[in-house]
Design a protein around this ligand. Structure first.
Ligand code: FES
Length: 79
């Protein structure tokens, strides 16, 4: 099974299997991602993964050619 190293916004690193739910990966790393609807429509859970916005509640950890993913929390001022 392939894994990727995730660099979280607070400086933590963790390694997870490709295809794991983002929220599960965050929980395992001790990082909390805000959530709302849990169904992909509100956007509360948006994170930036290597510069691409994804909704964590409906997405899984993608593979990465470098074996690493850089996560940032979105900075939408409305939440
Ligand atoms: S929690 Fe609403 S889009 Fe993810």
């Amino acid at each position: 099974m392939s894994t990727v190293r995730i660099q979280w916004p607070d400086g933590r690193n963790s390694e997870h299997a490709v295809g794991l739910d983002w929220l599960a990966a965050a929980k395992a790393a001790g990082v909390s991602i805000p959530t709302g609807c849990m169904g992909g429509s509100c956007g509360a859970c948006e994170i930036e993964v290597n510069g691409t916005i994804v909704r964590a509640c409906i997405s899984t950890v993608p593979g990465s050619p470098s074996g690493e993913l850089q996560v940032e929390f979105s900075s939408d001022p409305y939440w």
